[in-house]
Design a protein around this ligand. Sequence first.
Ligand SMILES: [Zn+2]
Length: 345
Amino acid sequence: MAAQGSYPDAGRIVDTMGKDLERLKQRIPLLEYLQRHHWTGHQVSARSEFVGLCPLHEETQPSFYVNAQKNLFYCHGCGRGGDLIRFVELSRHLSFRQCVDYLEEEFAPTAQLLHHTAAFYQLELRRYPEGIAYVAQRGVHDPHLIEELGIGYARGGNLRPHLQNLGYSLERVLEMGLIGPQGPDAFCRRVIFPCRHQDRIVNLYGRSIGSAFPHRLLPRSKGGLFAWETVRQFRNVILVEGLFDLAVLWQAGFRNTTCAIGTRLTPMQLQQLRANPDRCIYIAFDQDENQAGQNAADALLQCLDQAGLHVRIVSLPAGHDPNSYFVAGATAKDFAHLLEEAPSL
Ligand SMILES: [Zn+2]
């Protein structure tokens, strides 16, 4: 049991950073933060203390205590404790300053607005058959995967009243680029993939199901590599151009697939790949007839090679990208074979 006073003193942080930080921590109670990140704790007797498994180390017996009143945690297993900022530092391996930025952004209206929009589009995918029909036509059938990736559908026309009901001003929604000046959704008739960075939605990608230009992102940063929180643990990483390529590969069991949304890496995305110098990257871009995909892969290869990474180029049958390859009937075994054959440089 956590004895009174076993929580480290939070005074250090209050003294150094002052009142803004206190306000931030009041706005985001530690317990609420942990629960949003799927921590479950049981209340200890009648006190405002909770206990559960430690998110900072592997354990089977709960020894992670949270005092909801004091906004402090302490783990008797690994001996670590502190306040919300300390928890974020330890769990996300961020500096103190990065933690503050992360928390500010996570609980800022931007992240929330995008979260509400993505959740709404997820519901619309179930409401309108044309969205799910398109997803199926692109070879994605697994309902768990659709849920996990947060795939949605924007039929168009419904988002504005929905967000206004939630209390967002029209200016805010316009400024974010979610609706056009005339009123319809910017993503009208598009299948939506939310782009996350460190668990929060930073942008939305919309694939047109009609005749409009196929690709659309909101006019803001697309964040890092897609699903990097999941993929970063792998030494071998498959890099694809599009999110439907990623979806079919995840569905086939290649969960080490990430996507830059396009053929160019941003400095942040390159940095992510470089973080592990032993990493091997399999580039699986489109093999289009006009060589554009091939040229893009070659350009990227130079860039990754200069960064000291091992790179292999996956050679798909002519005219195919990973998505169309699977839609045409390829199996996980077929793709694994292409990975084996991919020349190393
Ligand atoms: Zn622990």
